[in-house]
Design a binder for this molecule. Structure first.
Ligand SMILES: *[C@@H]1O[C@H](CO)[C@@H](O)[C@H](O)[C@H]1NC(C)=O
Ligand SMILES: *[C@@H]1O[C@H](CO)[C@@H](O)[C@H](O)[C@H]1NC(C)=O
Ligand SMILES: *[C@@H]1O[C@H](CO)[C@@H](O)[C@H](O)[C@H]1NC(C)=O
Ligand SMILES: *[C@@H]1O[C@H](CO)[C@@H](O)[C@H](O)[C@H]1NC(C)=O
Ligand SMILES: *[C@@H]1O[C@H](CO)[C@@H](O)[C@H](O)[C@H]1NC(C)=O
Length: 418
C-alpha cells in the first residue's frame, strides 16, 4: 500500500513541482537557524533517565551566510544535557519544520499536514577539532553572531553531523526516500506554495481514494478541500509573555501558545537511535488563557514511524522552542532578538509515556482542544487510524534564563496558569 501510493503520487508531484525533494530538504537546512536535536540521554537528574530519549532546541548552521553545504554544524556546551549526551553517544537526529521558517508558519496549512515540509536527519553528531572545527566555527558564527561573546568557561565545543538516514515529508503518500548523495548534490530550493494543503489524503490511503485524489489534482490543480483558517496564528502579542522569573507561568504560556513541537522516540526503524518528528499540539479549547489545561494532546497514527515507535516504547519527549511560537516568528522579533540557543530564549522538554486515550471524557477534551486549534484535523482521513494521545509527562526540562536552573517541578507546572 505504501509503495503503491508513493508510486501513484510520484507522477503528480513531478508534474506539479519544480523543486526536487532533495532541494527542498536542503532549503529547510539552509533556512533554519535552530532545530530539535534528539539524543540518547546520558542520565540527567530530574530531567531524563540514562538510556531514554531526550531532545532540545539548539542552533544549527550549514555554512557561512549566503552559502550552504548541507553539513549541519552545532555549538554546544558540555554543561548542557544535549552536549553531554552527544559526548557519550553521538547518535542523534536533527528535526526541522517548515513552520518554523516563516511568520505565517505554513500559512493555512497545519504544521502536522504532510504538505508542511518536515525533515529529520539521523546519524552521528560528533565533536570536531582542528580544521573541521574552524569550518564549524565560521559557519556557526556567521549565522549566530551572538555565539562569539558566549562565555569561554562553559565548555562549548563544535560538532558536525554525519548523516546516515533522511526522513522527509512534504506531500501526501508517505515519507520520501532521499539518498545521502542526492541530498548533498542538490541546490537548496523552496517548495512551491501551490502544493500546500491541497487535500486530506495521506499515507496509507486506500487505492481508490489515492487514484481519485491524483486524478483530481491532475485535472483541477486547484484547492480540493477548502483551506481551513489556522486560528492558532492569531497568537498573543509577544509583550504578553510572562516574565522569566515566573518560570512555571512561562512554561504554561509556551505550551498554550505553541501550535507544534517535536516528539522524540526510541526509533524502531533506526534500530534504537533517537528520532524526532513534528507534531501539532493543543492544551485546551481555543486560545483563551482560561481554557488552557496544560495537558499535551496529540492526534497520531500508527502508520507514522513515531506511532510505531510508541507502540514498542511509549517513553518519549515533546520539545518546544520559544523561537517557534507564532507570536515570535517575525524574524526581527524571533525570541525578542535573542539567538535561539540563548538561555533566555525559552525551551521546554517534557518526558514520559505517550498514552493512547481510551476514556470517552479524555477523548472528548483532546478532540475539542486539537480540532479548535487545528481545524484541518477534523477532515483528515478516517481510514488512517488516527487516535487521540496524551503525553503523561513525569519530568520537565525548562530553560528561560542564565544560571543553569533547568528543571521544573511537574506540580508547579500544573499549579500555574499561562
Ligand atoms: C512566508 O509566507 C508567505 C505567505 O505564505 C509567503 O508569501 C512568503 O513568500 C513566505 N516567505 C518565506 C521566506 O518563505
Ligand atoms: C531508499 O533508498 C535506499 C537506497 O537507494 C534503498 O536501499 C532503500 O530500500 C529505500 N527505502 C525505501 C523505503 O524505499
Ligand atoms: C473555551 O472552551 C469552551 C468549551 O470548553 C468553548 O465553548 C469556548 O468557546 C472556549 N473559549 C474560547 C475563547 O475559545
Ligand atoms: C519507560 O520509563 C519508565 C519510567 O522511567 C521505566 O520504568 C520503563 O522501563 C520505561 N519503558 C521502556 C520500554 O523503556
Ligand atoms: C487507541 O485508542 C483508540 C480508542 O480507544 C482505539 O480505537 C485505537 O485502536 C487505539 N490505538 C492503538 C494504536 O492502540
Amino acid at each position: 500500500m505504501r509503495a503503491l501510493s508513493f508510486f501513484l503520487f510520484a507522477g503528480a508531484v513531478v508534474s506539479a513541482t519544480a523543486a526536487s525533494d532533495a532541494s527542498v530538504a536542503r532549503w529547510l537546512v539552509k533556512e533554519a537557524t535552530f532545530a530539535a536535536i534528539s539524543t540518547t540521554s546520558a542520565g540527567h537528574e530530574g530531567i531524563s533517565e540514562k538510556g531514554s530519549v531526550f531532545a532540545n532546541g539548539q542552533d544549527i548552521s550549514d555554512g557561512i551566510a549566503g552559502s550552504s553545504t548541507g553539513i549541519i554544524y552545532l555549538y554546544l556546551s558540555a554543561l548542557d544535557p544535549t552536549g553531554a549526551d552527544l559526548l557519550v553517544n553521538p547518535r542523534g537526529s536533527v528535526t526541522i519544520s517548515e513552520a518554523q521558517l516563516n511568520a505565517s508558519g505554513c500559512g493555512q496549512t497545519d504544521p502536522e499536514d504532510p504538505t508542511c515540509a518536515k525533515l529529520t536527519l539521523s546519524g552521528k553528531i560528533s565533536k570536531v577539532t582542528g580544521s573541521v572545527a574552524d569550518l564549524a566555527k565560521a559557519a556557526i558564527q556567521s549565522r549566530h553572531p551572538a555565539t562569539k561573546s558566549w562565555p569561554t568557561d562553559h565548555n562549548f565545543f563544535y560538532l558536525q553531523m554525519s548523516v546516515e538516514a533522511i526522513f522527509f515529508l512534504d506531500f501526501y503518500g508517505g515519507a520520501k526516500n532521499i539518498s545521502i548523495a542526492d541530498y548533498f548534490a542538490a541546490t537548496p530550493e523552496a517548495p512551491p506554495p501551490s502544493m500546500k494543503g491541497k487535500a486530506t489524503a495521506q499515507e496509507g490511503e486506500s487505492m481508490e481514494s489515492v487514484k481519485s485524489f491524483v486524478k483530481s489534482v491532475l485535472s483541477l490543480g486547484q484547492n480540493i478541500v477548502k483551506a481551513q483558517p489556522n486560528i492558532a496564528h492569531k497568537a498573543k502579542a509577544v509583550g504578553d509573555r510572562p516574565l522569566f522569573f515566573e518560570r512555571a507561568k512561562v512554561a504554561r504560556w509556551m505550551v498554550h501558545q505553541a501550535t507544534w513541537g517535536v516528539v522524540s522516540t526510541t526509533s524502531v526503524h533506526l534500530k534504537g537511535a533517537p528520532f524526532g518528528n513534528v507534531f501539532s499540539v493543543a492544551d485546551g479549547v481555543g486560545l483563551a488563557d482560561k481554557n488552557s489545561t496544560g495537558r499535551l494532546f496529540f492526534y497520531m497514527t500508527t502508520l507514522d514511524p513515531t506511532g510505531q515507535d510508541l507502540q514498542k516504547n511509549p517513553n518519549c519527549t515533546f520539545q518546544i522552542s520559544e523561537a517557534s511560537l507564532p507570536a515570535n516568528l517575525k524574524k526581527s522579533v524571533l525570541c525578542r532578538g535573542l539567538d535561539p540557543e540563548d538561555p533566555r530564549c525559552a525551551r521546554i522538554t517534557f518526558s514520559g509515556p505517550m498514552v493512547n486515550l481510551t476514556k470517552s471524557e479524555d477523548i472528548a477534551v483532546a478532540k475539542q482542544s486539537l480540532f479548535s486549534r487545528h481545524p484541518a484535523m477534523a477532515s483528515w482521513p478516517t481510514g488512517h487510524h488516527f487516535s487521540f494521545y496524551e503525553l503523561k509527562f513525569t519530568s520537565i526540562y525548562f530553560l528561560d534564563m542564565f544560571g543553569g536552573d533547568n528543571t521544573l517541578e511537574v506540580q508547579k507546572y500544573w499549579d500555574a496558569t499561562p
